[in-house]
Write a protein that binds this ligand. Structure first.
Ligand code: DHB
Ligand code: FE
Length: 281
């Protein structure tokens, strides 16, 4: 049986990728960001996932205002790093897990979560920056990845409660796959940030800290929080945080917090990062 062993959440700020790719990771500004992932790199080298189910949002790269799937699952054999306007990031092609992805798609649709099936797609910083943060700069990514894109770019995004329930359904889907696989689920984006309008640059450390505490210890309650709270308190792009609830829903009610990192600033964003392991029976 495939099992979800751990959850990871992390911000996905594109400038983090640019800093790594251009050899600036050791600079004063960036070394403080990367320091928060040193433990994580050692942890994941030991955890050795076979597959990462990677919840992220596309930033009008693969999708556009022409069509906006709320939930889209990548079933392709591979996904190329996207050109977001300044050339594709020099990172490895992402190898998919089409058989498992197709199984999850069928299971989720049977559990009444309507998905868009994506058989060809490039992946943007929302997906590649978290891979870089956890795996560094390898010549090939050490595991397969199922990209799962959530619309948090164009209003209305899915609610936190729906994301949390989706996480539970993903767990059932994974656990009904008849192959021994070590699967991790990652939720990316956030934390507080607003990239536009009069409140551009908004950071809310108090909100972020409470969110980190609550997603670990009381996710049922956190899942009830409406969109407007995110927009008001965490900024227009802070709504990316609902994706963390998909990750949390796929884990046990009680989890072990293995690692937490919070740092301001990275570009316009408060960087948050958690590693959660399912409690042993
Ligand atoms: C930034 C953060 C994001 O999440 C994003 O998608 C784009 C930019 C930033 O802080 O610059
Ligand atoms: Fe983003």
């Amino acid at each position: 049986m495939a099992r979800i062993t751990a959850g990871v959440s992390t911000s996905h700020v594109p400038a983090i990728g640019a800093a790594l790719d251009s050899g600036k990771a050791g600079d004063r500004y960036w070394s403080k960001v990367f320091a928060g992932y040193e433990f994580s790199k050692r942890w994941i080298a030991a955890a050795r996932p076979d597959v990462v189910f990677l919840v992220y949002n596309d930033h009008a790269t693969a999708f556009s205002l022409d069509f906006i799937p709320t939930f889209a699952i990548g079933c392709a054999a591979s996904f190329a790093p996207a050109d977001e306007g300044w050339g594709a990031r020099p990172v490895p092609v992402v190898e998919g897990a089409p058989v498992l992805a197709s199984h999850i798609a069928q299971s989720l649709i049977e559990q009444d979560f309507d998905l868009t099936i994506v058989n060809r797609m490039d992946v943007d910083h929302g997906l590649t920056v978290p891979l870089s943060l956890l795996f560094g700069q390898p010549s090939a990514w050490p595991c397969r990845v199922i990209p799962f894109a959530v619309n948090v770019v164009q209003y209305p995004p899915p609610s936190g409660a729906r994301c949390y329930r989706l996480g539970k359904a993903i767990r059932r889907a994974v656990e009904s796959f008849d192959e021994d696989l070590n699967v991790q689920i990652w939720g990316t984006g956030g934390m507080s940030h607003q990239l536009q309008g009069p409140r551009a640059g908004l950071i809310n450390r108090q909100f972020d800290t409470a969110f980190l505490d609550e997603i670990v210890n009381d996710p049922e309650r956190l899942a009830q929080r409406p969109h407007l709270d995110y927009l008001r308190d965490a900024g227009s792009e802070g709504i990316e945080l609902v994706m963390w609830l998909i990750m949390r829903g796929a884990l046990d009610a009680r989890v072990r917090e293995v690692h937490r990192f919070y740092h301001v600033p990275a570009s316009n964003t408060a960087v948050g990062h958690l590693i959660l392991e399912n409690d042993p029976p």
